[in-house]
Write a protein that binds this ligand. Structure first.
Ligand code: ZN
Length: 210
């Protein structure tokens, strides 16, 4: 494989890896089981920090943070009016969460606030219409705020997998031919020359039979 082809293939794998990363993250979001979650209490300072990020204009509230984690998805409850004390400043807000998705690392996130009248999303893309075969309904929210390092890590992870998938059949064939004493390009028997007599391929010296 020429150097130019290698670089092109690497670029293709990186782009494909980035696309797979987003698809996996959104898949984790769409197919998460909202009912089956294990919650644990969030460190109060961390919850306060997240609440400030979510609603910088609203004075901080004593948060009631719980974390719900499952495969490729983490949801942090930032505010819950049912258990909040002194919630006078947030009369309209019923609860607020931050949702992160992605695998192997959480790489995309969004904020979600439910008020008495409506639901608000931040850093989310709302599906414009139903896509039945994907099980997607209109206005389904998909996170679009990337975490840079995690996104790069996931993309490279998938790119490496795609590279292996594409390259391994060729690599196996090449090694098999080498092992059987054939030209690795055209599979004709190797003579004593350093070049294949059939296709002119330059043969690695260790495979040339004398
Ligand atoms: Zn050959």
């Amino acid at each position: 494989m020429s150097r130019r082809a290698r670089i092109l293939l690497a670029l293709f794998c990186l782009v494909a890896g980035a696309i797979v990363n987003i698809a996996v993250a959104w898949g984790c979001m769409i197919y998460r089981d909202a009912g089956r979650t294990e919650s644990r209490h969030l460190d109060e300072l961390a919850a306060l920090e997240q609440w400030r990020n979510l609603m910088p204009d609203v004075p901080p509230q004593e948060p009631n943070g719980d974390i719900a984690e499952q495969f490729g998805c983490r949801e942090v409850l930032l505010f819950n009016s049912k258990v909040a004390k002194n919630s006078t400043s947030f009369d309209l807000v019923e609860f607020a969460t931050n949702i992160s998705v992605g695998w192997p690392m959480l790489c995309m996130s969004m904020d979600f606030v439910r008020t008495k009248d409506s639901e608000y999303f931040r850093s989310a893309w709302l599906m414009p219409r139903d896509i039945a075969w994907l099980g997607l309904s209109r206005n389904e929210a998909l996170p679009v705020r990337p975490a840079l390092l995690q996104s790069v890590f996931n993309s490279v992870f998938y790119a490496a997998g795609i590279w292996l998938l594409i390259r391994s059949p060729f690599e196996t064939r090449r090694r098999l031919r080498q092992w059987r004493g054939l030209c690795e390009r055209c599979a004709s028997p190797i003579g004593s020359s350093a070049l294949c007599s059939e296709c002119g391929h330059c043969l690695p010296s260790r495979t040339v039979r004398t």
